[in-house]
Write a protein that binds this ligand. Structure first.
Ligand code: UT7
Length: 325
């Protein structure tokens, strides 16, 4: 009998502090930075984002999302035998946010580690968990995407600070004799490191270089649309499926125009695309599980639906996961 992995529960969490574009624009104006609701909506589709309060870390957001996913799966934290957290804004340099989350969940013993693939992080983490389940290394994984991107935003740089938000999403992924995850496809190309990065590092008790996010938005935009189409076609081919089999496309939520471009290339109507970027902004590794959970809880996504999850981001990294929910 074949061994597959299957999502048995989803959860997500947004910190309570919500800023509309107008509220953010007013805060930025007081620091001499000019932007507007019109510009942000027209260029990105973003209308609001959530920011965590000082002292609230990725593991805290991940904890709430994880509790909700466990509840949805009907599982206790003690039944989990693998924890993977996708994050680029970990609580500490080390240990991993996954180890910290494990302790906050009140459990110990199972392997716990972080995956660092920026906005592709959740797709990377899900692929690793799927492989570990298929090989029998794990049977019940908690896979989390959690970010506090507000900590690495330069609020003097209007080309980036209006785009990102904080949040977390999680799934419980369990061994099953039925798929589940049908196919995965991951890539990276480090030559593009400079177009999206936080170049600083810790050395000798200081942060050397800038600890703020930098992005060449147009370069990222152009690369994103091309690689998202390639990754989507690759997982469909691996699974022996076609675009017509996709019930829901859940792309990384960075910019509505990138999502529209991807949907167009795959000949999918926008009513098959889960869109939360308007309410969450870009939450990096949290964006896909946040979007997934919100569509599950709103009743859009139903048991048995075929889902295409797609991530793209810093590295440059990209990838896709095709699954039956
Ligand atoms: O999560 C990882 C993946 N990240 C992404 O996918 C991001 C991809 N890139 C994008 O989403 C878009 O490139 C942006 C939203 C970042 C920018 O949109 P754009 O249509 O490429 O705008 P642009 O950079 O060409 O800027 C157009 C104009 C510029 O003014 P000039 O030079 O034409 O006078 C900018 O200075 O818009 C100006 N601008 C702004 N104006 C008001 C840039 N940011 C702002 C702002 N408010 N916040």
């Amino acid at each position: 009998m074949s061994r597959y992995s299957r999502i048995t529960g989803t959860g997500s969490y947004l910190p309570p502090r919500r800023l509309t574009n107008a509220e953010l624009a007013a805060e930025l104006a007081s620091q001499g930075v000019e932007t507007s609701d019109d510009w942000i909506v027209e260029r990105t589709g973003i209308r609001a984002r959530h920011f965590a309060d000082p002292g609230v870390n990725s593991s805290d957001l991940g904890l709430e999302a994880a509790r909700r996913a466990l509840e949805a799966a009907g599982r206790q934290a003690s039944e989990i035998d693998l924890i993977i957290v996708a994050t680029s804004t970990p609580d500490m340099v080390f240990p991993s946010s996954a180890a910290i989350l494990q302790h906050k969940l009140g459990v110990a013993g199972c392997p716990a580690f972080d995956v660092q693939a920026v906005c592709s992080g959740f797709v990377y983490a899900l692929t690793v968990a799927d492989a570990m389940i298929k090989t029998g290394t794990a049977s019940r994984a908690l896979v989390v995407g959690a970010e506090v991107f507000s900590r690495i935003l330069d609020f003097k740089d209007r080309t980036t600070c209006v785009l990102f938000g904080d949040g977390a999403g999680a799934v419980v992924l369990e061994a099953s004799d039925q798929p589940g995850i049908l196919a995965t496809d991951l890539h990276a190309d480090g030559k593009h490191v400079g177009i999206l990065c936080v170049p600083g590092h810790v050395s000798g008790g200081q942060v050397l270089g800038s600890p703020m996010l930098r992005m060449d938005g147009q370069a990222v935009f152009k690369l994103a649309v091309g690689v998202l189409e390639e990754a989507a076609r690759a997982v469909l081919a691996k699974a022996g499926r076609t675009e017509a089999d996709i019930d829901w496309l859940i792309p990384h939520q960075a910019n509505i125009r990138i999502m529209q471009g991807t949907a167009r290339k795959l000949k999918l109507p926008m009513d098959k695309v889960v869109v939360t970027v308007d309410q969450h902004g870009n939450t990096s590794a949290a964006s896909i599980p946040l979007a997934l959970d919100s569509a599950v809880r709103s009743g859009q996504i139903k048991k048995g639906d075929t889902l295409m999850l797609e991530g793209v981001g810093g590295g440059f990294t990209w990838g896709a996961v095709l699954l039956d929910f």
